[in-house]
Design a protein around this ligand. Structure first.
Ligand SMILES: Cc1cc2nc3c(=O)[nH]c(=O)nc-3n(C[C@H](O)[C@H](O)[C@H](O)COP(=O)(O)OP(=O)(O)OC[C@H]3O[C@@H](n4cnc5c(N)ncnc54)[C@H](O)[C@@H]3O)c2cc1C
Ligand code: FES
Ligand code: FES
Length: 478
């Protein structure tokens, strides 16, 4: 049985197909029809709903997520609010009121999703953050919501105006969830929960020990993190998984530890959660994370999922390559560590053995002589896959480049170091002309493919330019 709170009521479910998404459940079983299915792939935001949870800092916050690619089982232990739960008696929520008065809706298909995204911004700003909301804050909140007919001007107006209306009272669903003693453990079972139907199973272990026992018994079970890759296999490739293990309740997989030498982050840390963790040591990495998917995707997708998925166009692996990160893999037989470059064997092939899972990523801190540079080139700023991603750590002592670790995504079947370009830089003067000369060598490191995102020639030219841009960033020319 799984247990979650929907619009203020705790609900228990047992015999639902583990492959059902939240959106399917809401629309089919609960007849809550506000959230819509547009793309079924995490791109349009029409299916957005709100999840309430404790943030890194211990405060209660709401996050908008895509119900179309989130499994129902991933809700176990969580507070869920849909647009149906926002109205208080006959009073619209301030976001709804502002959308009406600023003419933020025409056909209305996208509106519940937009209201959900703005409600998260409204709640978190009122309760957790100070200061007026900026256009930038609103753009980030709406980066995963497409509106094809109203136009964003009036939606932006509504987003600014939503703070002018009286805030929801303490009796509203949105605030009732927040003031409840938030302790998922007291509201859920202390041991593995599950869904089961027609021979298909979904398990929600509470600890790594339970996870290891499940993997020992069912080594072929599908590990489910944020589901932003896997969810599409169900909704767009029509796959059905017989056994799924959802990792979302295992708190040790979200652990973050800082030592003098490294930051160790749990594999289940979401992109949104990692922003504050990495901000101080790796600001350019955080700038990249802010361009991964949309806010909804970053609220679900995990760093561990990006690494374990093994896609050549995953954005974070090249950065982990450049940073010389190590992966901690675990199973019932214990833990082992390896560098990230040893982890990938070929297209979507990794070193994970049956029964093993990715536990954490250890990132060495940079020394005063080192700097990290990260560039993502895609057709759109938000919610787009990279044509090329380049990450570089450059080390210099005085006037000489003493080390260079450069890796690209989108240029080969796996993320790959630009070995020859690195060699062309090491030992050279710390000047722009060293980077310009080394940029010519990158054609010897990669032989990219042509696909819908870019041609081979374009990718090589972009990678070459990004080496020069790295030099400009190093030498303060940008
Ligand atoms: C609309 C949209 C936009 C996107 N934009 C980007 C983008 O800009 N850049 C980008 O890089 N990606 C993007 N993605 C892809 C996806 O968001 C990322 O790859 C994400 O990091 C996957 O993490 P997840 O937690 O959702 O993984 P899941 O989908 O849950 O899992 C992915 C794979 O990893 C395995 N796995 C997950 N966690 C573990 C673990 N701890 N141990 C072992 N195996 C594990 C799963 O079994 C599965 O095979 C996008 C996806 C969508 C839908
Ligand atoms: S239906 Fe488009 S993001 Fe969910
Ligand atoms: S109001 Fe029609 S798509 Fe936004």
């Amino acid at each position: 049985m799984i247990r979650f709170c929907l619009n203020g009521n705790w609900i228990e479910e047992h015999d639902i197909d583990p492959n059902w998404t939240v959106l399917r459940y809401l629309r089919t079983n609960k007849r809550q029809l506000a959230a819509k299915e547009g793309c079924a792939g995490g791109d349009c935001g029409a299916c957005s709903i709100l999840i309430g949870q404790q943030s890194n800092t211990g405060s209660f916050e709401y996050q908008a997520i895509n119900g179309c690619i989130t499994l129902l089982g991933s809700l176990h232990g969580k507070f869920v609010v849909t647009v149906e739960g926002l109205k208080e008696a006959e009073q619209l929520h301030p976001v709804q009121q502002a959308m009406v008065e600023k003419h933020g809706s025409q056909c209305g298909f996208c509106t519940p999703g937009i209201v959900s995204a703005l409600t998260a911004l409204h709640f978190n700003r009122l309760h957790n953050q100070q200061g007026p909301v900026t256009d930038h804050d609103i753009h980030i909140a709406l980066s995963g919501n497409l509106c094809r007919c109203t136009g964003y001007r009036s939606i932006m107006d509504a987003a600014h105006a939503m703070f002018d209306y009286p805030a929801p009272t303490e009796h509203s669903v949105i605030n009732r969830s927040a003031v409840m003693q938030f302790d998922p453990k007291s509201n859920t079972q202390a041991h593995t929960s599950y869904l089961e139907k027609d021979g298909r199973h979904l398990y929600v272990p509470q600890s790594e020990q339970e996870l290891q026992q499940l993997l020992e018994k069912y080594p072929d079970a599908k590990l489910w993190a944020g589901g932003t890759d896997l969810g599409l296999e169900i909704t767009q490739q029509f796959k059905q998984f017989d056994r799924i293990i959802s990792l979302h309740q295992i708190s040790s997989l979200k652990a973050v530890t800082h030592s003098q030498k490294e930051i160790r982050i749990g594999a289940m840390l979401t992109y949104s959660e990692s922003e504050s963790v990495l901000a101080k040591s790796f600001p350019s990495f955080v700038q990249l994370i802010e361009r991964i998917g949309s806010r909804q995707i970053r609220n679900l997708g995990t760093l561990g999922g990006n690494v374990a998925n093994g896609s050549p166009i995953g954005d974070t692996p090249p950065v982990f390559f450049a940073l010389n990160a190590r992966l901690v893999l675990s199973s019932i037989n214990g833990e082992r560590e390896m560098t990230i470059q040893d982890f990938y064997h070929g297209y979507k092939q990794t070193d994970l053995k049956k029964g093993e899972y990715l536990k954490a990523i250890a990132i060495p801190k940079l020394s005063a002589q080192q700097s990290l540079h990260v560039f993502k080139v895609s057709k759109r700023k938000d919610d787009d896959i990279s044509a090329v991603l380049l990450a570089a750590v450059i080390e210099h002592e005085g006037e000489v480049i003493t080390d260079a670790r450069i890796a690209c995504g989108g240029m080969a079947a796996t993320p790959l170091h630009a070995v020859k370009t690195q060699q062309a830089l090491i030992g050279k003067p710390y000047t722009l002309s060293s980077f310009e000369q080394a940029s010519d060598v990158i054609v010897q490191d990669y032989s990219p493919i042509k696909d819908v995102r870019a041609t081979k020639e374009y990718r090589l030219q972009v990678a070459k330019n990004l080496i020069i841009k790295t030099g400009l960033e190093c030498l303060g020319g940008l």
